[in-house]
Design a protein around this ligand. Sequence first.
Ligand code: FES
Ligand code: FE2
Length: 448
Amino acid sequence: MSELPLIIDDRETPKFWVNRATMVEPKILETERKSIFDKCWLYVGHESELENVHDFRTRRVGGRPVVFVRNSVNNINVLVNVCTHRGMILETRKEGNARKLRCFYHGWTFNTEGDLVTLPGEESYPKGWKRQDRCLPRPPHVDSYRGFWFLCWDKEQSQSLKEYLAGASDYLDLIADQSASMMKVSSGTHYYSMEANWKLLVENSIDGYHALTTHNRYVQMIAASGVDFKKRGGSLTGQAGAPGRGGMDLGNGHAVVGSPDLSHGKIPGNLARDFQNDNERQEYTKYRSELIKKHGEKWTDRILGGRNLLIFPNFIIVDGVGMGCTLRTFYPAKPDYLEITGWEISPPEISEALLPARKTGFLTFWGPAGLATPDDVEALARCQQGFASYQIDPWNDISRGMETEFPGGTDELQMRTFWRHYNELMTGEKAIPESAPYKMFASEVEAS
Ligand code: FES
Ligand SMILES: [Fe+2]
């Protein structure tokens, strides 16, 4: 492993540097698997993906195969998706509805509670052999917050999910409160990969500084439709921070960059194109009024402000308001290779008039063949290529906004937050936060 520290967090100068060895060295990835992915609460899926009893989704969480399933009495289970006979992946479909999960190899069959219910030739097993001993294992900890389900692979984990989420739970509230019932993940999933280290995507997903350069093609397209980004301001377009605006440390490595809706409903999100017609505008106003009735104006302005939220270590919510909200999680196969899954989540009550902009946003902005994601993939892959010279210049500079009381959206406090917690888990050195501990602002709590 690199002889140099993983980060230099110098409060005097001040400067914050990250060692590029963290992006390259296989030994560091091994330690990350043990010290981060095997220890933290990790995102599994959203409740709305399992609408009916026996609906299931299979996925890998922290590198391990799981089935996320609704059982016959409507409870949600997370089961290890590996046959207890001789270890084959049990359910191979990505999603479906099944009362029974049957292994392709020798036909052992489990119900959606994980019980082994039938197997061919059971009579040939020894007398003391019991089916009950061969149920599907479960992750040691599984819990949910406002419809978002998480697991933790660490038996010793003593923090509840709510404690782990710290200030990030307020931001999950801002997502969940977009619907009077339950937010709904749209059908269709993005699966893609990039030749880049996973932490580059963490940084990129909460990086306001790159928006106007890397995504210049998108910005030009929106500008050509009549939007003036400078007039809009907003956290991703360089506006200075203020309490509740810009980048924030939410505790436990979680961070956010975002801003309340400073236009009070006049625009459908900072990076969104404008309303396309009066009908769209009216429907958005109607939707906003319903939120105000339920939550008050201040909380509604926060709900509709948009944000890029990191839940440490690998769950991102990029909420572009009217242009859609993307959930994204990922896991490193190798130091320089990353697999990503993305979903769109919407309030189900939103009118037909507002849906096209959200679907278009998911496909043409965040999609792997859209207008933004390919630019990010290209940028991150080129960083990874650049790290071939990491022994010559090992340092990435993440110092923007270090002397600012309230860092803005194009500053880098949110990334330093990630790296400090990362360093603490990797080395045991206690992270000292840069800003005062996060508090939701009292006036908004009263209004909610
Ligand atoms: S490995 Fe599944 S039935 Fe044999
Ligand atoms: Fe980007």
